[in-house]
Write a protein that binds this ligand. Structure first.
Ligand code: SF4
Length: 480
């Protein structure tokens, strides 16, 4: 999967901290480390126990937070969120954390994942008077909490969350509590860390991935378990399991592409798994060639594994321009069609006359992979063999990963041989599902592999009309 237009997008990042006098500054750093999980908007809410302040904006963490904005975020408690829109429009009203004032006080929330029953819940809430300010499924959660008949905040949250179906890793706060939740299936990761004690008490940290703990020098304690809710307040940390039991099905794609390679999630180091995918790929699909090259950066770890297992030398055959933003606009018609060349440049001296194995982590539409093969051929390669360190993606994700519709997924419409012809590669091979599963070690559950199998751990037959609803909402926003 190339890091450009032809890939499912990262989803969202959450971060929270309790007990540090510079909670917002550390949240800013945590969000910085988690930038890869969402680049459309970023936000922080902080509390000193009395006043709660929120700053959200569109763009990267570094663009949103000036010193002046961070200065306004006072207190020992803060949560943060980086968003990529998987449901709902790219607009400031959808930027999180959401903050509301309601009968029990103030509540803020950041969500990673997608609810499969959001449309039903939203219709039900609207029919009884709720007014929504965003088009995200996440706002539904706040409305459910606000309308719960439970007296206490925790009880109201539990009450609300038990209405949800789908993927939700949540970071929430009130004036004086930090709350982290993983849905019973545990689709998205959430880790718990702690820091030194400058003011006396323990400082607790919650983050999507351990790379955020590393940056702020927090110690990794453990993962928040699927179905667990963690509450931190002045009495310390307590944990509860408020959901009916379910078999965890953590998202295997976090290992393949989404999570940062230096993170530990689902009990394993991401880089180690990713490299092993390349080893398995080489065992399953050997090829006579001269060099192995990664598609940067997504194919790097698997290419290292492929090279180690096959004995073929690894070369830096494609150089990536890291400064091309997602908003890159092709210039005038007359000098158009630079396409993927703006982002990747082949190293002719290393490719000319060579039989080249190109390793990437996945193929989605195939558009960019085709251009890459063409580019390597133009650079003089004698043969181009594509090796993909995951099985063919045949089904969309409904649990928080933004993938194209089924008919746009090349592996859904074409066989491997048809895809090879489309890419104009000399050979094409994917890692098998069995090979993928050999590289990971589920602890007390399974992994979700639905985008490769179509076997969704939660029934998704009600999702399509709901996506419809959100598209309708998007369209009406657009017209307004
Ligand atoms: S469908 Fe694929 S991307 Fe979505 S949660 Fe399952 S494994 Fe992850």
């Amino acid at each position: 999967m190339t890091p450009f237009d032809d890939h499912p997008h990262e989803e969202c990042a959450v971060f929270g901290i309790y007990g540090h006098p510079e909670a917002a500054n550390l949240t800013y750093l945590g969000l910085y480390a988690l930038q890869h999980r969402g680049q459309e908007s970023s936000g922080i809410v902080a509390s000193d126990g009395e006043r709660v302040h929120s700053e959200v904006g569109m763009g990267h963490v570094a663009d949103v937070f000036t010193e002046a904005r961070l200065d306004k975020l006072k207190g020992h408690l803060a949560i943060g969120h980086n968003r990529y829109s998987t449901a709902g429009q790219s607009h400031i009203t959808n930027a999180q954390p959401f903050m509301v004032t309601y009968s029990r006080g103030i509540m803020a929330l950041g969500h990673n994942g997608n609810l499969v029953n959001a449309g039903d819940l939203r219709r039900e809430l609207e029919a009884t008077g709720s007014i929504f300010r965003s088009t995200t499924d996440s706002e539904v959660i706040l409305h459910l909490v606000a309308r719960s008949l439970e007296q206490e905040t925790e009880g109201a949250i539990v009450d609300a969350l038990n209405r949800l179906e789908g993927a939700f890793t949540l970071i929430m706060m009130t004036r004086d509590k930090l709350i982290g939740v993983r849905d019973p299936y545990g689709f998205r990761p959430l880790v718990l860390g702690r820091m030194g004690e400058p003011g006396g008490g323990t400082i607790w940290v919650l983050a999507s991935e351990t790379c955020a703990l590393d940056l702020i020098e927090a110690t990794f304690v453990r993962e928040v378990a699927p179905g667990e809710m963690i509450v931190v307040d002045e009495e310390g940390l307590h944990s509860l399991f408020p959901f009916p039991p379910a078999t965890p099905t953590q998202c295997i794609f976090e290992f393949i592409y989404f999570a940062r390679p230096d993170s530990y999630i689902f009990g394993e180091n991401v880089y180690t798994v990713r490299r092993q995918l390349g080893v398995e790929l080489a065992r399953e699909n050997p090829v006579e060639a001269d060099i192995v090259i990664p598609v940067p950066d997504s194919g790097l770890a698997a290419a290292l594994g492929f090279s180690a297992e096959s004995g073929l030398p690894l070369e830096w055959g494609l150089v990536r321009n890291h400064y091309v933003g997602r908003t890159f606009i092709e210039p005038q018609q007359s000098i158009r069609h630079f396409g993927v060349k703006v982002k990747l440049n082949p190293m002719r001296a290393y490719l000319e006359g060579k039989r080249v194995v190109v390793v990437d982590d996945s193929i989605v539409r195939g558009t960019t992979s085709r251009k890459i093969v063409e580019m390597i051929r133009k650079a003089g390669a004698a043969e181009v063999h594509m090796r993909i360190s995951s099985p063919p993606i045949t089904h969309p994700c409904f649990f928080g990963i933004d993938m194209p519709t089924r008919k746009e997924l090349i592996a859904s419409a074409k066989s491997v041989e048809e895809t090879r012809l489309h890419l104009n590669a000399d050979s094409l091979a994917y890692l098998s599902l069995e090979g993928l599963l050999r590289c990971v070690h589920p602890r007390g559950g399974e992994f979700c592999t639905a985008c490769f199998t179509g076997s969704y751990p939660i029934p998704v037959h009600r999702v399509e009309p709901q996506l419809w609803l959100f598209q309708e909402l998007k369209a009406s926003e657009h017209r307004a």
